[in-house]
Design a protein around this ligand. Structure first.
Ligand code: FPP
Length: 283
């Protein structure tokens, strides 16, 4: 067989929305069942600093390069009609980094929102920001509000940017929101999982069913602690600035290869507890 040139592109049936694919992308795309895609993909974008270090560049060059991977991931997920994509852009712990780096990240985000607005609108993307955004510098808060407002009438994928986000902080905020709501109400109802879910930053969105982490670290890093209870976790050694459409398609193919049982049992297997049949969800 002649060697395939990775730079040639192919038109693959049903891949219309993605445009021309490289042979490697086409091979992965053909394995995908478009009816069983994850509803919500969450991504821990890690490895920008190492990517820059390997090239003897300042760390911030890695962050800038990372915006390209964000763009490809956002556009591909939107075109595949995935309902929600959440990107972990800045954690509550990230304030511990040198001020020059945190200032750069805030500036980069503002620049990104301005530059990418046409792409977001073209793809009918609605933006949401998850985290303690009221603690961000005023200029960032203004841009965050503006981006949310300008995309609020779009009806395609919801793009969540986790910004000044912490999973534990989110649970604390949800509990405080519940307490505040109940102040003045005589009747105290029990707090259920559903009550908490309704008060999370992600209210109204399905839980992520796929969590991608780049740069090989096997950690959850305080990301969506409540929501990833049943997520499939896909860790790739690829550093975030090298993450591309091929790596994303690989993650989606792997997601579909796994069996999702939510603590239940596989269909056709004897029940583990005869009096309390396990609920089998998923494939
Ligand atoms: C981790 O790399 C990445 C971040 C701190 C998030 C910032 C992400 C971007 C700037 C990508 C662009 C995204 C948007 C939405 C603007 P790291 O610095 O922790 O890498 P290291 O572990 O190699 O040091």
């Amino acid at each position: 067989m002649p060697p395939t040139n990775p730079h040639t592109t192919l038109q693959v049936p049903n891949s219309g929305a993605l445009g021309a694919l490289t042979p490697e992308e086409a091979r992965l795309f053909e394995k995908l069942d478009l009816t069983r895609l994850p509803r919500h993909v969450a991504v821990i974008m890690d490895g920008n600093g190492r990517w820059a270090q390997q090239r003897h560049l300042p760390r911030v060059a890695g962050h800038r390069a990372g915006t390209k991977s964000a763009r490809v991931t956002i556009e591909t997920c939107a075109r595949l009609k995935i309902e929600a994509l959440t990107l972990y852009a800045f954690s509550v712990e990230n304030w511990r980094r040198p001020k020059t780096e945190t200032d750069f990240l805030m500036q980069l985000l503002r620049e990104y929102l301005r530059k990418e607005m046409p792409l977001l609108q073209k793809n009918d993307i609605r933006m949401r920001f998850l985290g303690r955004t009221d603690e961000l510098p005023q200029g960032v808060q203004d841009d965050v509000r503006d981006a949310t407002e300008r995309t609020s009438r779009n009806r395609g994928m919801v793009l969540c940017i986790a910004l000044n986000y912490g999973g534990r902080a989110e649970i604390v905020d949800a509990m405080n929101a519940i307490l505040a709501e109940r102040n003045g109400h005589g009747r105290q109802e029990r707090i259920t999982e559903e009550t908490l879910t309704r008060h999370m930053y992600t209210e109204g969105l399905p839980d992520p069913d796929l969590l991608i982490r780049t740069s090989g670290e096997m950690r959850v890093s305080n990301f969506l602690l409540w929501q990833i209870a049943y997520a499939e976790i896909f860790v790739t050694d690829t550093l975030w600035p090298d993450f591309n459409r091929t790596r994303l398609l690989e993650a989606l193919v792997e997601f579909q290869r796994r069996e999702r049982r939510y603590g239940g049992i596989r269909e056709g297997q004897p029940e583990a507890h005869p009096h309390k049949p396990a609920r089998v969800v998923g494939e």
